[in-house]
Design a binder for this molecule. Sequence first.
Ligand code: ZN
Ligand code: ZN
Length: 334
Amino acid sequence: MSRQDSDASVGGPNGEQLVEPGDAFQVLGNDVRTGILETLLERTDGDATSRATFSELFAASDVETSAGFAYHLDQLVGPYVRKDERDENGSDGGYELTYAGVRAARDIATGAYTRRVDHPPVDLDDACPFCEREALEARSTDNVVTVACAGCDRTLLDLGLPPAGLEAHGDAFPDALDRYHRDRLARMRDGICPDCAGSVSARLVTPSADVADELPAELTDHVQAELSCDGCGTTVRCPVALTLLEQPAVVSFYHDHGRDVRERPIWNVGPEWAETVLSEEPLALRVVVELEGDVLALYVTDELTVVDVQRSDGMDLQVDHTESPGSASASGGA
Ligand SMILES: [Zn+2]
Ligand SMILES: [Zn+2]
């Protein structure tokens, strides 16, 4: 059975569960079969899957008899490998990876299920935003990168990075983490999940009690952005400022001051950012960034929509905490 067999009705998607997850993974429980997926992946060029013949796949394997090899290949046909019956040259037909086959083969090739990467701490160029210590540290443990301060023991972030990525970048893995997750965040901000392409909901949240215990006192009531996929559950919680870095007004504000906002790492967007809660129910924020006495203010709703932007050159824009709740409803586009 293949995707083409499903009888898609007009006007909407028509999903079909072909097999139970346990059965699908059981098929992969053999090194000859994972080897076949790897061989087919190596022949895949860009998005187009390339075919390989039975004899090519057999030759690339360590199996001694073609009958034994055929048994393993047959187990993959359906969920992971598609057999192309068209016989262009009068020789044996070709095999190619299905969508699931490409996904499984990439996870195998990048070590997602099989490799654990621990990296000793490396010093970052950025100082701790909470204490006097000059350099934060990044390390990886079991494919999860932690950025923390050895001075005050605070953890600034904990984020996964694929094992192959961790190994590819050596001591530069914090920079790779920064760019990788910045890109993922931008996609989530765009409403598309980077893991499953599902729909992402955005909202402002206050830290839950257990998280608040870990935060420094001045941040216990700190509002955060939460981006969450309705399909696979991928969820990111981060400072609201981090979700505003791609806003055209923010990019141009930094640019006009001779700075590149992309140089701000995700573990510390910089001391120039400040937030004011304008309304508790629903939550609404004014987020202000100040560079060389110039101020940019962004008004953010509980769904993380920027409803207004104000910019002042010089300090004529009020940035203290005296503005009354409700002023975030000012009209205007971002
Ligand atoms: Zn510190
Ligand atoms: Zn998802």
